[in-house]
Design a protein around this ligand. Structure first.
Ligand SMILES: CC(C)(COP(=O)(O)OP(=O)(O)OC[C@H]1O[C@@H](n2cnc3c(N)ncnc32)[C@H](O)[C@@H]1OP(=O)(O)O)[C@@H](O)C(=O)NCCC(=O)NCCS
Length: 214
């Protein structure tokens, strides 16, 4: 986190630890999730390694336990609120997280999906729900998704939700699949829901590359 600006996520301004979407439960990690998360990362290694800078090589169970311990110890944990996404039987389907590292009054949302549960809307629905909750927290004006331009499936998430593609710009490559062109997608407090007026026009422009230079 950039120490030069006030923190957006603090213990007093933090999102709920549990979000219930009926068939999906998005909740803060618990110690008992360590093995499920380790296995999900193992099963999804090829996809995650390609795009996620934090997975340059396979993780050990001990490294995974350290991650979970940090998440269990505080909320937010070092500027992050990380969640697991579970089905109603408690199976881990994917993850979504808030990261306080991109600028004033702004939170970044990151995600990955267990490779066995992609293509079902798990991530798109979770991002949509989390964004709406976060955008009414005091001091939060905007949420962003940062992804590499070559990561088509990741970019499809904010595109599907009608977020605005704000810019595509050179950025350092940190994972093997990255092209070095980073996309920044944004949604702001007060943006209209998808399907109404401006937002859907913007989404259409983004899809065609109209106003965004895609
Ligand atoms: C990026 C990533 C999370 C996208 O996963 P995904 O399965 O495509 O995303 P979703 O879970 O939102 O599923 C979307 C699909 O479900 C479909 N879908 C079904 N029901 C849906 C619903 N209710 N709402 C939205 N989409 C739905 C969509 O049409 C879409 O289908 P498509 O794949 O045919 O286009 C996944 O590819 C991944 O984990 N990649 C590796 C890690 C990564 O790159 N993370 C992001 C780094 S920036």
């Amino acid at each position: 986190m950039d120490d030069a600006r006030p923190a957006v996520l603090t213990p007093d301004v933090a999102p709920p630890e549990r979000i219930d979407l009926g068939d999906l439960v998005i909740r803060r990690w618990e110690r008992d999730d360590t093995e499920a998360q380790f296995r999900a990362i193992e099963a999804s290694y090829a996809e995650l390694h390609t795009w996620m800078p934090w997975l340059p090589s396979r993780r050990t169970r001990e490294q995974q336990a350290e991650f979970i311990e940090a998440a269990v110890a505080s909320w937010p944990a070092d500027g992050n609120c990380n969640y697991g996404i579970f089905d109603s039987a408690g199976t881990l389907l994917g993850t979504v997280g808030l990261h306080d590292r991109v600028g004033p009054a702004t939170l970044e949302i990151g995600y990955w999906c267990h490779t066995g549960y992609t293509g079902r809307g798990v991530i798109t629905r979770s991002v949509a729900a989390l964004a709406e909750i976060v955008l009414v927290l005091p001091g939060v004006e905007r949420v962003e998704i940062h992804c590499d331009a070559a990561n088509v499936r990741s970019a499809a998430v904010p595109r599907r939700l009608g977020w605005r593609l704000e810019r595509t710009e050179p950025r350092e490559r940190h994972a093997p699949g990255e092209s070095g062109q980073g996309m920044v997608w944004a949604r702001e407090r007060g943006d209209l829901p998808v399907g109404s007026g401006d937002q859907s026009r913007r989404a259409a422009q983004d899809r065609t590359g109209g106003a965004t230079g895609l």
